[in-house]
Design a protein around this ligand. Structure first.
Ligand SMILES: [Ca+2]
Length: 156
């Protein structure tokens, strides 16, 4: 026969086990996220060499998806090649070297103007300008970083 105290001890123990299970299963949820970091390469290269250098040492020439990312690049350098290029000669079709969709745009006034029909690469200088790919400039490279993020819920 179980005494009253024994019954209460049993309930308390079960509550502790349930709480422990809840803490393990529900409150700590480690997840893996991808973070992009940008770097400036200050020695001057043409766009093709800048692209090869980024692929060899980082992940890609930088892609820019929004205003915040623009600001991050501007804190690194005032000017540099990015991963945007004219996909079809003399068209207004643009691709990112990493294959992501082209939607955000930040062209300077009167750009892209495709001067003399051969400005097929894009330089970032606070705004974007299509420019001659053979010009030697600094460049922006990006790197994908795998980061472990652990979500913790604080119980009051
Ligand atoms: Ca231009």
């Amino acid at each position: 026969m179980v005494s009253v105290e024994g019954f209460l001890d049993c309930c308390t123990t079960m509550k502790k086990i349930a709480l422990a299970a809840f803490l393990i299963a529900g409150l700590c949820a480690p997840t893996l996220s991808l973070d992009t970091e940008h770097f400036v390469i200050s020695d001057n290269r043409n766009w093709d060499d800048a692209h090869s250098n980024c692929k060899n040492k980082y992940t890609e020439l930088s892609s820019i998806y929004d205003e915040q990312e623009m600001e991050v690049l501007q804190t690194l350098s005032k000017k540099g090649w990015i991963g945007l290029f004219r996909a079809v000669s003399n068209s207004n079709i643009w691709n990112w070297t990493d294959g992501t969709n082209f939607s955000f745009q930040n062209w300077d006034v009167h750009q892209p103007d495709n001067s003399v029909g051969s400005e097929n690469c894009v330089v970032e200088n606070g705004w974007w300008n299509d420019y001659f790919c053979g010009v030697h400039l600094p460049s922006f490279c990006s790197q994908e970083m795998r980061k472990m993020v652990e979500w913790l819920l604080i119980v009051k």
